[in-house]
Ligand binder design. Structure first.
Ligand SMILES: C[S@@+](CC[C@H](N)C(=O)[O-])C[C@H]1O[C@@H](n2cnc3c(N)ncnc32)[C@H](O)[C@@H]1O
Length: 281
């Protein structure tokens, strides 16, 4: 039984990092006219109301998209994300909604591209289906994203991005994501993979990264954003993204964006970030 619901967390600092990476990667991938496949293994519902009782409970968006809203000094690396969030809010000056990864991806993809979206929570799945009803480029699957995504690779397009964004409700997921990445990479070695993880227990993250380093997979980057760079924050202090086969400018771009974001999302100006090439060519 799944208890995690992204509606409680939508638009928080973790979504900012994840969706920054997502929008940058898709911006690069769509420069070339050749078609591509986008796979979202853990799609969520596709969009969230920030005035829902779930979002209002913790108001996490205030330390996320809320700190960017209305600013006029946004670096260009964050522009695509911000303009899409504005579009999702139908151009209103007030921030009432936050989009999910499938919607963001759909906006950046073109008629030649395809989206395969997996979601296992019945309510979120129903919303996802409703959002994309009638869109011939999108297929929604009420399936386990780990199992189902394997059947989608390698794509006929031979180009693509897989976003793996689990809720880590169970500790075994830290191992599951590594096994899954290795299995996907075996099927489609040239694909781009973006894995999100929470910065809560440092040991688990180090183990996860060590396993990837030892796996033999080349070209792996890591990007992290923290609310407290000295890690004194209780609970989720921040989050990270591991990107396999990143587009070549991505590391530099994410550095610029995180330099800007960290002081804003940080607790009393103590925010921090990390950008590292975990494995080279
Ligand atoms: C962090 S949320 C996804 C947020 C979304 N990717 C976004 O950025 O907007 C994780 C989602 O995974 C779903 N989920 C959990 N286990 C799953 C599984 N094995 N397969 C597919 N979806 C799963 C949860 O119901 C939840 O909606």
């Amino acid at each position: 039984m799944l208890s995690y619901q992204h509606a409680f967390h939508a638009g928080n600092h973790a979504d900012l990092l994840k969706h920054l990476v997502l929008t940058r990667v898709l911006t690069y991938l769509t420069v070339k006219p050749a078609p591509l496949l986008y796979v979202d293994t853990h799609s969520g519902s596709g969009g969230y109301r920030l005035d829902s009782k779930e979002a209002l409970k913790l108001q996490e968006y205030r330390q996320g998209i809320g700190v960017l809203w209305g600013r006029d000094d946004i670096p260009e690396q964050l522009e695509p994300l911000l303009s899409l969030v504005t579009k999702f809010n139908r151009g209103a000056t007030e921030l009432n909604f936050y989009p999910g990864s499938p919607w963001l991806a759909r906006q950046l993809l073109r008629p030649v591209d395809r989206l395969e979206l997996c979601e296992l929570h019945p309510t979120d799945y129903a919303r996802l289906r409703k959002q994309f009803g009638g869109d011939s480029k999108v297929r929604c699957h009420y399936e386990d994203g780990y199992k189902h995504s394997l059947s989608l690779l390698p794509p006929i397009e031979k180009r693509g991005l897989v976003l793996i964004d689990p809720s880590y409700e169970e500790k075994k997921e830290y191992q599951q994501v590594v096994d899954h990445l290795l299995a996907l990479h075996k099927r489609f070695a040239t694909g781009i993979y973006a894995l999100w993880y929470p910065v809560v227990e440092q040991d688990r993250i180090e183990r996860l990264q060590r396993q990837l380093v030892r796996s033999g997979i080349r070209r792996i980057d890591v990007y992290e954003l923290y609310r407290d760079r000295e890690q004194r924050q209780v609970g989720m202090n921040g989050s990270g993204m591991i990107v396999i086969n990143p587009p070549w400018q991505l590391r530099e771009e994410i550095t610029t964006a995180l330099e800007y974001l960290a002081p804003l999302v940080g607790e009393a100006g103590r925010g921090g970030w990390r950008v590292q090439e975990l494995v080279g060519e």
